[in-house]
Ligand binder design. Structure first.
Ligand code: ADP
Ligand code: ADP
Length: 234
């Protein structure tokens, strides 16, 4: 079954058309990697998928429910509601710097889902342990490496029990030697059947973990297919 679909997504900044009609359909448990040159619109596209950017044209649906429809603005979903269902991991982690790892993961659940502190903390401990940070619950972001901070951010997103996860260049701001610990958490999620969209420059990761790859150039999908087809096409 189709979990998520985006059709004909257009987006301009001023008079510059950044996205020229991009389509994406995700089946349950599918992992799609979006690759392409810098400036091609990858980040703009993934931000449109959870309405961090508002598309100018096109429509988006999650499990058949309208998320966004440029032709029927009243039919959309509130960004607030969407955020619980579509988890997002950013290049720059976006953690609260004055909060510990545990507090960062708990706060999101208490705010978005209204979970009690006890409930949220318990879930946070489980998730942080699962991403290898059981020994760092009380650490502030500044006491953690980039790879560790990004794993906190992944735990925070997972804590809301999202139906799909979006990753926007999750390892680009991390030292190369720390990237693997993040990629391995992502591979693990993929193996467990999470539906995922990943914008990345890590072609090796994309080739191994993705079922399908979109090659975006100048705001259009130039290639779409298995990683092998896309990476080795002439
Ligand atoms: P990619 O992720 O593929 O590197 P982006 O989606 O970040 O590409 O950017 C595509 C283009 O859109 C770039 O030329 C960028 O400068 C421009 N852009 C991105 N965000 C904005 C914005 N908020 N205002 C104006 N231009 C933007
Ligand atoms: P608010 O103060 O509106 O409750 P939050 O503190 O929950 O916002 O989030 C702060 C920022 O983190 C948001 O502006 C947004 O950019 C980002 N963010 C957090 N979670 C998500 C998500 N699941 N999808 C999109 N953006 C998110």
């Amino acid at each position: 079954p189709v979990v998520f679909s985006a059709r004909g997504i257009h987006k301009s900044y001023g008079s510059t058309e950044i996205l020229k009609g991009v389509d994406l359909e995700l089946r349950r448990g599918e992992h799609v990697a979006i690759v392409g040159p810098s400036g091609s619109g990858k980040s703009t596209f993934i931000r449109c998928l959870n309405l961090l950017e508002r598309p100018d044209q096109g429509s988006i649906a999650l499990l058949g429910e309208p998320v966004f429809d440029a032709e029927h603005p009243g039919r959309g979903m509130k960004q607030r509601d969407l955020r619980k269902r579509v988890g997002m991991v950013f290049q720059s982690f976006n953690l609260f710097t004055t909060h510990t790892a545990l507090q960062n993961v708990s706060l999101a659940q208490r705010r978005a889902l209204g979970r009690s502190r006890v409930e949220a903390d318990e879930r946070s401990r489980d998730l942080l342990t699962r991403v290898g940070l059981g020994g760092h619950l009380g650490s502030l972001p500044s006491q953690l490496s980039g790879g560790q901070q990004q794993r906190v951010a992944i735990a925070r997103a997972l804590a809301l029990d999202p139906q799909i996860m979006l990753f926007d260049e999750p390892t680009s701001a991390i030292d190369p030697e720390m990237r693997n610990e993040v990629l391995s958490v992502m591979r693990d999620l993929a193996e467990k059947g999470m539906t995922m969209v990943v914008v990345t420059h890590e072609l090796q990761f994309a080739e191994r973990a993705a079922d399908r790859m979109l090659f975006l150039a100048d705001g259009e999908v130039l290639e779409s297919g298995s990683p092998r087809e896309v990476l080795h096409s002439p």
